[in-house]
Ligand binder design. Structure first.
Ligand code: MG
Length: 366
């Protein structure tokens, strides 16, 4: 591993001191704690874009997290960084997501207006710091500082001031470890490519629609000239193209980051944190391709009537459940009531629900 990678001997450690594991390093141990958590299992029934009942073939937050973890590990290995830490952060990065994808998060944030708001990254940290209850000596999973730092990808200044050391970088504008920066990028690679694939599978994005995206066309044409697309069906040609797009994204960010790191002359983890920019980044042309994907997906998939119908159903469910627990706070499970404020407890409970559970609760209210 490079000198500026995170290792056990330069880690800032855990809040509650624990004996070392004889079998695993600290970051492998963090990963195992995440995999054994109940929030992790619930990712299986949380939406990425398509609601669970729309089909068994679409991504869920669980399969998304596994994809992010594989991409992150490959990049960390190639850059000689701490693969275990990147894997850990990736598996935990979406633990705080509400049911019903971004629609759920946006509406819960609206419900929480005036009560501190709702941010899913902050909630992911809250899950591993407080809400998981499996140990006698502490609440949460008592993860290392570096895992927690990576999980808190974004944070408002207001919340950052409440978090102590792990919130400091949002106030003094420094950066997290390279292992965390990798996960941030791997997340965007994973969801852009898999949302194109799920969009195609759902029938919302046809191949002629996909061909409106330059990045797609360029790679489709390249493969058409190099493989015999006449011999394969359309579906395989789309998958081959998306696969190649993913390869280009991962390869570009890895090679470009190697260059950025070597030009930066960083030597230690504190050099990484205080460097003027992040060091895990795409080259400019490929960054532009990714931005195009994002815009394309927003216009053609996320705002498509079939997806927005699901979005408005989801919003109604969250609002109704929020109002119900506001008026009937005694009905909230006691595990969730022990924290600081009523509305925060409601948000903790609602955001932990799976799509399926939220749907069933909603039906039972009527
Ligand atoms: Mg994600």
């Amino acid at each position: 591993m490079k000198k500026y990678a995170i290792r056990e001997d330069n880690s800032l450690g855990r809040e509650y001191l624990e004996n070392k594991s004889p079998l695993r390093n600290d970051f492998q141990r963090d990963r195992d704690r995440i995999i054994h958590s109940s929030a992790f299992r619930r990712l299986m029934y949380k939406t990425q874009v398509f609601v669970n009942h729309e089909g068994d073939m679409f991504r869920t937050r669980l399969t998304h997290s596994l994809e992010v973890s594989q991409i992150s590990r490959g990049m960390a290995r190639s850059l000689e960084l701490n693969e275990d830490l990147s894997e850990t952060i990736a598996l935990a990065h979406d633990l705080g997501h509400t049911p019903f994808g971004h629609a759920g998060q946006d509406v819960l944030n609206k419900c929480m207006k005036g009560h501190g708001g709702f941010e899913h990254n902050y909630q992911s940290l809250r899950v591993v710091d407080k809400l998981e209850k499996r140990y006698v000596n502490f609440n949460g999973l008592n993860l290392t500082f570096e895992s927690r730092e990576g999980i808190l990808k974004h944070c408002s200044k207001k919340n950052a001031t409440l978090l102590g050391k792990v919130g400091e970088r949002f106030l003094n504008k420094t950066h997290p470890s390279l292992e965390a920066q990798i996960v941030d990028i791997a997340d965007s690679i994973a969801y852009n490519i898999h949302d194109l694939e799920d969009g195609y599978r759902s029938g919302i994005l046809s191949i002629s629609k996909l061909k409106q995206l330059d990045f797609f066309v360029e790679n489709y044409n390249y493969l058409k000239n190099h493989l015999d697309f006449n011999e394969v069906n359309e579906k395989v040609s789309v998958h081959e193209t998306l696969r190649r797009m993913m390869f280009i994204l991962i390869n570009d960010v890895t090679e470009n980051s190697k260059k950025l790191i070597s030009e930066s002359n960083i030597e230690t983890i504190s050099d990484v944190r205080s460097h003027i920019t992040t060091l895990i980044n795409f080259s400019e042309p490929v960054q532009n391709f990714l931005n195009d994907c994002r815009i394309f997906l927003r216009i053609n998939l996320y705002e498509h009537p079939r997806v927005s119908k699901m979005t408005s159903n989801a919003q109604r469910i969250i609002v109704d459940l929020f109002n119900y627990y506001d008026e009937n706070f005694e009905a909230l499970p006691s595990d969730y009531k022990i924290y600081e404020k009523k509305f925060r407890s409601i948000a903790d409970f609602l955001s932990g629900m799976t799509d399926r559970f939220a749907n069933e609760m909603h039906k039972s209210l009527k």
